[in-house]
Design a protein around this ligand. Structure first.
Ligand code: EZ4
Ligand code: CO
Length: 402
């Protein structure tokens, strides 16, 4: 088999998605997600100008070799743009190989290690009553594990907090919106929120919380300790993730489980964190980590340290990236949990997918390949719109971690 064509589709059915479609001389096609929120077109250029010309004529079955060729061959390694582009190629080739075999991808990864994959959803509220309503809404949708984010008194708008039913995409802007931040106010407020949630929903509901890289190690240690009575499933991204050594301090001070990695794009970003067992969950996305091939290797490395998977699954991962994640989740032994918010109905029409969400659990379905079909006509009817994430400033105007 030979690759005869590779095309990049940019579409915005509610938010921007970048998709690579590889076609072979036998007529089999494969899809890969290359979406990098807020920097989408840089990946489009990387693919069209520098990757697609190298793919034509290659044997699509040689996935590992193509991965190494693109990664080592570029000389310039790692980085979110490079790794999103390589991820799209990797997933599209796995899609083709699995379709050629007539099997769903998870069968090629060793087959199912479980019947279904537990997902967690997002609840948020500007205050505690609004948060309770949001948690109940997630429970009504079937979720059995819930990430909890709230507003902080004195702050106008906090990351991850929006009215229920208002998609995060509705808040997108052609220039970054400025949000305010005050770490001290946040640290004073959050333990009381979790006390209230435990009081209302009982001890069994798995609760997660995302600190979104806002804290120093000593602040994170204090928060982790303060949250111990409320038995979190994890505290996510407590400190800026590139400072791996900072996690030693956090780890020594608290037994609240820690999850990190959504902005990582290489196993080297995890060397200290995994090798010293400083975290409990690795959080990279298939789409931002170079694809299924390297993420599988990361999970195998993490497994030696009893660290589990928790693939990043925000709305800015397309259904193509989500499908690849769910196949991997089903197959690996050290699966932990999968983040999942679903997509807009229009997005699910553009990307028709075989995966399902039932009773708080995902299943990749039995369609050959990753099980996603792209409606290119509908995609073209919803063209790219510039959209940026917010930026964060302290009261004196200093830019803070986002
Ligand atoms: O802010 O994917 O856990 N999920 C998150 C996400 C990230 C976005 C950034 O594009 O923190 O919502
Ligand atoms: Co996060």
């Amino acid at each position: 088999m030979k690759i005869v064509d590779a095309k990049v589709v940019v579409t915005s059915p509610g938010r921007n998605f970048v998709t690579l479609r590889i076609t072979t001389d036998e007529g089999i096609t494969g899809l890969g997600d290359a979406t990098l929120n807020g920097r989408e077109l840089a990946v489009v250029s990387y693919l069209l100008d520098h990757v697609v010309p190298l793919l034509i004529g290659r044997d699509p079955h040689r996935i590992e070799d193509t991965w190494q060729y693109l990664y080592r061959g570029a000389y310039w390694r790692r980085g979110p743009v490079t790794m999103a582009a390589i991820a799209a190629v990797d997933v599209a080739l796995w899609d083709i190989k699995a379709k050629a075999a007539g099997l769903p991808l998870y069968q090629l990864l060793g087959g199912a290690s479980r019947d279904r994959v537990r997902a967690y959803g997002h609840a948020s509220g500007r205050d505690v009553p609004e948060l309770f309503d949001s948690i109940r809404a997630r429970q009504a949708e079937g979720y059995q594990a819930i990430r909890v984010q709230t507003g902080v008194p004195g702050l106008a708008k906090v990351y991850g907090v929006h009215r229920d039913g208002e998609s995060a995409a509705e808040g997108r802007h052609p220039r970054p919106v400025v949000e305010d931040w005050d770490t001290a106010a946040y640290l004073r407020h959050i333990p009381g929120v979790f006390e209230a949630v435990r009081g209302e929903f009982g001890p069994e509901l798995p609760l997660l919380h995302d600190a979104h890289h806002r804290l120093t190690p000593v602040q994170a240690a204090r928060l982790g300790k303060a949250l111990e009575p409320y038995d979190l499933f994890w505290l996510e991204d407590c400190t800026p993730a590139e400072n791996q050594e900072g996690l030693r301090l956090v780890r020594r001070q608290t037994s609240t489980p820690l999850a990190i990695g959504e902005v990582f794009n290489s196993v080297f970003d995890y060397q200290t964190l995994v090798g010293e067992q400083l975290i409990d969950y690795v959080r990279s996305a298939v789409t931002h980590f170079g694809g299924v091939t390297p993420l599988r290797k990361l999970f195998d490395y993490a497994a030696q340290y009893q660290i589990k998977s928790a693939v990043h699954g925000p709305e800015d991962i397309s259904p193509v990236g989500m499908a690849a994640a769910i196949h991997l989740d089903l197959a690996i032994h050290n699966f932990g949990i999968q983040e999942y918010s679903g997509h807009t109905a229009l997005t699910d029409e553009v990307f028709r997918h075989a995966y399902t969400f039932t009773d708080g659990h995902l299943h990749p379905g039995e369609a050959p390949g990753i099980g996603v079909e792209l409606d290119e006509e509908l995609a073209a009817a919803h063209p790219y719109r510039p959209a940026y994430l917010p930026v964060n400033r302290l009261a004196d105007g200093t830019v803070h971690d986002w």
